[in-house]
Design a protein around this ligand. Structure first.
Ligand code: G3P
Length: 214
């Protein structure tokens, strides 16, 4: 399973890259709005920190405009993936961009039907937002399960990015279901590393090591 960082913050991305576990990065306008650098400079800098895909989101609404915006974002670095919200215009743009060899991450996916259409249009990734479904008392992980099953049935090459991750259990459940990728906020990534019994174990071993004859 691949782990992406859901962040536009260079320090967080540099830190997780240094752990040796970073397979890519996803950003969105909300994450980018928290950073002080310009959008393009930030995406360029992120792309230099990981060889993996870095999602940069389009904000145009018409297919033709999405394609123009996507081409310009794709020129920033070879590992840019274009995030496009699912919708009729987004699907049209995805088909055109796929034909040009530009990777699309179809985002704001909340149903299996949306995921299937995205895959058929040629999206390289689909991003179901599971946390936002859980927030409204729906079952985000059930959506992931259904999308993974449908993609497997037809051997669709589109990869499932489990997004809107809120806690470590989301990552583990996504892995159990065979999702290709989870995109994980820094805080959740940090929680994945830690376990209180590991901390207690290290403390105890160090205390005992001091008693070992050397
Ligand atoms: O990057 C897209 C997604 O992960 C957003 O998550 O927490 O805003 O629902 P959230």
């Amino acid at each position: 399973m691949k782990l992406f960082l859901d962040s536009a913050n260079l320090e967080e991305i540099r830190e997780v890259a240094s752990w040796g576990v970073l397979d890519g990065v996803t950003t969105n306008p909300s994450l980018c709005s928290k950073e002080s650098v310009t959008f393009e400079d930030n995406i360029r800098a992120i792309c230099a920190l990981t060889p993996g895909p870095v999602s940069a989101e389009c904000v145009s609404l018409e297919a033709d405009e999405i394609v123009v915006e996507a081409r310009s974002l794709a020129r920033i670095a070879p590992n840019v993936a274009i995030k496009i919200p699912i919708g009729v215009e987004g699907l049209k743009a995805t088909k055109a961009l796929h034909a040009e060899g530009i990777a699309v991450n179809m985002t704001l996916v909340f149903s299996t039907g949306q995921a299937l259409l995205a895959a058929k249009a040629g999206a390289r990734f689909v991003s179901p937002f599971i946390g936002r479904l859980d927030d409204i008392a729906e079952d985000g992980m059930a959506l992931v399960e259904e999308i993974v099953q449908v993609f497997e049935n037809y051997r669709l090459e589109t990869e499932v990015i489990v997004a809107s991750v809120r806690h470590p259990r989301h990552v583990i459940d996504a892995a159990r279901l065979g999702a290709d990728i989870a995109t994980v906020p820094y805080g959740v990534m940090a929680k994945l590393v830690r376990h209180p019994l590991t901390d207690i174990g290290v403390e105890r071993f160090l205390a005992d090591w001091r008693k070992v004859k050397k």
